[in-house]
Design a protein around this ligand. Sequence first.
Ligand code: AVJ
Length: 318
Amino acid sequence: MIIEDLMPRTGESSVKDKLLAGLRSDPKTIPSVFFYDHRGSELFEQITQLEEYYPPMIEIPLLASTARKLEQDLKNCDIVELGSGDCSKISVFLDEVPEDVRATMTYYPVDVCKEAIEKSACNLHEKYPEIKIHGITADFLEHMEKIPGNRKRFFCFFGSTIGNLSDARSMEFMENLGEVMNVNDRLILGMDMVKDISVIEKAYNDDQGVTAEFNRNILNVTNDHLGTDINPADFEHVAFFNREYSRIEMHLRAKRDLEITIPELDEHIIIEKGEMIHTENSHKYSVDDIVKLADAGGLDVEEIFTDEKKWFSLVEMV
Ligand code: AVJ
């Protein structure tokens, strides 16, 4: 097992700069990467168990059935999973692959979080000792070209995480990926599809308020980095479907006028009652959108694996 660190050391100052830039802009934003501190990851895990939050319920069986269909193509290939997290998705996939096929494969989990890579690579090694593992800590949005592989590669990007990128960024992502992909390589992209808007909105406004707590927790993360004392209870969770952009938007709406002091900078940020901080976009796709993304990367849509209701797709591009 190899673990390779390709992350440039950006340090705490660039993290602060990113948060400050968002809070100084109009409208205010906090980038969604900041959701995932320890508590945030725990809350997201809870979200995935919610009855209202349908994506994992559909994607997981779809991963299993798709693996069975691709079995013949998986021999002697490298699997590169972008944003591998805890490797639970690829486990579902690998479970369906016969052991003798797994023995010919190498798995490259790629994630920004070093701890996630180390821990999950070990778990995976225990579960499937026959598969070779080469973990990489990298921000694949910036360092795609550094991902090794001289055999046939399957790039996997599950969970509809691509939907968190802006339109411009997702096109750019596809362009970069298209450039690094060789003729024999393929991409499997998890995409949450457009559906009845009430179903989508419910998934981000659960009855137990877990998503609301997840959303507000980004303010705790902000406090940790900036030394501010924003009170999450001063904000209301807002999540709605924006039809024009075909995306769920999550915001935090101030319940009263607030003044946030940045201790190190002697700077005050004013937030007015009713003002919203934009924390996340989660794009929902149509087949047209899928084709557009493929085009951006110079790729062809080979197959769309989807469920009966067409709520979620694993899209194979070549
Ligand atoms: C992990 C980015 C796919 O957009 O649905 C869940 C994150 N945000 N509930 C999504 C999320 C609110 C999730 N992704």
